[in-house]
Design a protein around this ligand. Structure first.
Ligand code: UDP
Length: 361
């Protein structure tokens, strides 16, 4: 079986790393399986791309489509044009896409139109929020996917409801969590750990990059100034996403507890998360990682496509207003963290299950 693996953005790199390891393991066992890795170039910043390839030992891509940034449509179109040539020149049995970024949707469409089977890892999750580009990417991708691999029974049920063929829907667990377990003993403190006098439990990690939170400069500044006041003197470490940084520009922000740092590599970032008091974020992936690590997570969104992080895990949805965050956070400071668990099959073995199942297709 020849698989073309597509990755375009930071969360994709984290998801493909264990899938590649699982393929290589099968190759060593003598299975007839090979892969070609295509980087679309959607994220090209060193901090969002190269660092992840190095730290997670992902092989150099066989092809880099170098599409870079653009509006939603410009970027999607550029990926499709480049990936069509790539796939015509290098045909395969299956194109495997992960997650919900533009590369996921664009390459799935191209593959399907070239009569190549599409595999979607992290299929079936839905926020119901059509204002998020990711939701559209998920829906379009799943509507033309052949083999679905899901992180939860809810995601599988969603797919069945939309008419997916039951024998092609496989609940396997979470590849993001495979990466977490595979690297937990390699995580290490970033260089600013001592300079900022960080210690386990004495700081909060903040990440924000979703349009609803960061696209309006004035409300972003108000949000940051509000978050600065939340934490009873706890430091707030804010690895600032390039998108958010570009919006803030050279603005002076009146905060005293927030420490702005570059986006962190995976190993430093997971060290920061694992040792933090709490996390405030609008990332989906981080709400999964905090769930497994048992770190309280406050998600600045009105909805989530990952309900198990709330119902089972440590995640609390707080909406996008600072007032709600203040209220929820002060209850947390008063009552402490609530009891939480780890969702079914988030055990570090999802990638092996995926490859095992694909080989039987
Ligand atoms: N991440 C990282 N360094 C950072 C911020 C995030 O390594 O400074 C990792 C983290 O493990 C997280 C992943 O990037 O799971 C998700 O990234 P992002 O928030 O961009 O994507 P989302 O999960 O919102 O799609």
């Amino acid at each position: 079986m020849k698989i073309t693996i597509v990755a375009g953005a930071r969360p994709n790199f984290i998801k493909i790393a264990p899938i590649i390891k699982a393929i290589e393991k099968k190759q060593r066992e003598g299975a007839d399986i090979s892969y070609r890795l295509v980087h679309t170039g959607q994220h090209y910043d060193k901090n969002l791309s190269d660092t992840f390839f190095k730290e997670l030992n992902i092989p150099q891509p066989d092809a880099n489509l170098e599409v870079k940034s653009g509006s939603q449509s410009v970027q999607t179109a550029a990926i499709m044009i480049a990936f069509e040539q790539e796939l015509i020149q290098n045909p395969c049995d299956v194109v495997l896409v992960v997650g919900d970024v533009n590369s996921t949707m664009a390459c799935a469409i191209v593959a399907k139109k070239l009569n190549t089977k599409v595999t979607h890892v992290e299929a079936g999750i839905r926020s119901g929020d059509m204002t998020m580009p990711e939701e559209i990417n998920r829906m379009v991708t799943d509507s033309i996917t052949d083999y679905f691999f899901t992180t939860s029974t809810t995601a599988s049920e969603n797919l069945l409801r939309y008419g997916a063929e039951p024998t092609n829907v496989h609940f396997v667990g979470n590849v993001m969590i495979d990466t977490l377990y595979q690297n937990l003993d390699r995580i290490s403190a970033p260089s600013f750990w001592d300079d900022f006098q960080l210690a386990t439990g004495n700081y909060i990690v903040l990440t924000l990059h979703r349009p609803a939170n960061v696209d309006e400069e004035k409300s972003l500044i108000q949000l940051l100034e509000g978050i600065d006041q939340l934490a009873e003197g706890k430091k707030i470490i804010f690895p600032i996403h390039p998108r958010t940084k570009a919006i803030l520009g050279e603005q002076q922000i009146n905060t005293k507890n927030i420490f702005f740092v570059e986006p962190q590599g995976y190993l430093h970032f997971m060290f920061l998360i694992r040792n933090s008091f709490a996390v405030i974020t609008d990332s989906g992936g981080i709400s999964e990682e905090t769930t497994v690590l048992g770190i309280p997570c406050f998600t600045m969104r009105n909805n989530t496509e990952r309900p198990e992080t709330q119902t089972i895990g440590t995640n609390t949805l707080v909406g996008t207003s600072i007032d709600n965050l203040e209220k929820t956070f002060s209850e947390f400071l008063k009552n402490g963290p609530r009891k939480a668990g780890i969702p079914e099959l988030w055990d570090g073995k999802a990638s092996e299950r995926i490859i095992e199942i694909l080989l039987q297709k």
